[in-house]
Write a protein that binds this ligand. Sequence first.
Ligand SMILES: Cc1cc2nc3c(=O)[nH]c(=O)nc-3n(C[C@H](O)[C@H](O)[C@H](O)COP(=O)(O)OP(=O)(O)OC[C@H]3O[C@@H](n4cnc5c(N)ncnc54)[C@H](O)[C@@H]3O)c2cc1C
Length: 562
Amino acid sequence: MPSHDVLIIGAGLAGQRAALAAAQSGASVAIVSKVHPVRSHSVAAAGGINAALNPEDTWESHAFDTVKGSDYLGDQDAIEIMCREAPGEILWLEHAGVTFHRNETGHLGTRAFGGASAARTYYVADITGHAILHVLYEQLMKHSATVDRYEEWFTTDLLQDDDGRCIGAICRNLRDGRMEVFNAKATILASGGAGQAYTPTTNGLIVTGDGIAQAFRIGAKLMDMEMIQYHPTTLAGNGLLITEGARGEGAWLLNAEGERFMERYAPNKLELASRDVVSRAEQTEINEGRGFPDGTVALDITKVPRRRTLEALREIVNIGRDFAGTDITREPIHIKPGQHYIMGGIKTDVDGQTTVPGLYAAGEVACVSVHGGNRLGANSLLDTLIFGRRSGEHSAKLALQMPMPNTPNSRLDDAEGAIAAIMNRPQGGRRVAAIKNELGETMNKYVAVFRDADGLNKAHEIVRRLMEEAPEAAIDDHGSVFNQDVIAAIELGYMLDCAEAIVVASIERKESRGAQFRTDFPERNDAQWLKHIDISVNGADVPKVSYSEVTITRWEPEERTY
Ligand SMILES: Cc1cc2nc3c(=O)[nH]c(=O)nc-3n(C[C@H](O)[C@H](O)[C@H](O)COP(=O)(O)OP(=O)(O)OC[C@H]3O[C@@H](n4cnc5c(N)ncnc54)[C@H](O)[C@@H]3O)c2cc1C
């Protein structure tokens, strides 16, 4: 039975950074990923990573921009830590081998990003996530004596002892279907977001909210789940992302009348207002009839010198050509707001500890909460690395003082039984993909840029109906080798749990803040709602709602304008 000081579930940026930190702190580590680590969704990150590293910039300015961007829902102690530690992390990455862009003077160059008062986004063309992920993986190889990699292993359940402490997990080897108990003194969830609960989304097919649901099911609190980010520039239909880097380089947003409409919504920051503001502006233009017939507005990247686009935005040149038939260097491309990121997740402290002892979380799966109501572009990669590292260090320290739990193999029985039950389902029910589509389209219709009580209640009814139907969904593959049918059935359950938590929290928050805009409560209401909404499991019933305080260290809430 694999036994390690620290078990890390997820090998994106948060998981790999946590693994390196735990290994360097002297712990034995297992890192599990349902796909090969460099196929983790972090590989898609495009535009860059924020840090106040230039001498004329300050971490306080970065922190204030983040607090303001969060619509004052972010916890300022966590934001201070993230922004203070950011410059050191960029230099660490650079020294490890990340080939960040250099400017004409040979120094690390930056680009502008939304909601920021300085150009502080460090980048590698528009493949920043790819570049960092590969360097971390190289570093991980160096630690192969103490870090065991379980690539293409799928975690199905977290394990607890009689006192409720997390003591590891059950995982399935996707290559042959074998299940194993993974014993661990500390477990870190780094399993990413839940974008696939929406259709379309910018997120890959593997981003199915597994960790959020697994932690919720064993009693961990979730926080800020209502805060779902719609990115302003995605392709209609397939949801592919056109990076914010394009606007950072100077692209304009235009409505069908050719008007640069952001002048009306954010006269100072224009296209570089924060994402919630830009997405609402676009959706308003579309709803009020100033969009194109395909339900979009236009992003005009021809404002960026062609040579610069070909050098710094080359991936979106390919995306425009291959997926929209548009040469972005010569004509505007049609875009619309699309689901992109979940600000909420498993509630943690600044060392990644969740409300379940022995269980940590870091990266998009977690909510520490540095993003509050709205994440600033290029702050997520930073979040994954800073809090991934901190979780790795803290869990290693804790683990080195503890005995190894001794979990009996009989704990596999329930998990194996659950897989057998999926395999043995009778044919005839709707397929997993059909249920998933209905879920995604429901969320995208009712729990999107604009929300109201009627739509949210309708969404909740549908999600509940789908939760009843999902355990009957038919599967076709009954084999043990790379059985993605079984995995998709399990993932559907995770997405439904996440969707219900999102809907319940959105119904609960009766105000408009950050990404949650309630047309029936259009104002921000600090007197009643300057607080986090926490969501916990309640048996098979609708999840329980409770509240926790927002930590304010130095920036009192103010009116938010851009
Ligand atoms: C198209 C796109 C572009 C983006 N660009 C930027 C950007 O420029 N800057 C920025 O700051 N942010 C960006 N983001 C956001 C950022 O990329 C993500 O929030 C971040 O990379 C998430 O990293 P993570 O380590 O938390 O999770 P991920 O990278 O998603 O990794 C999750 C890991 O968990 C594993 N896993 C999941 N479930 C299981 C399971 N059941 N069993 C075993 N393993 C499991 C997966 O295999 C994977 O290894 C972008 C997002 C998208 C979608």
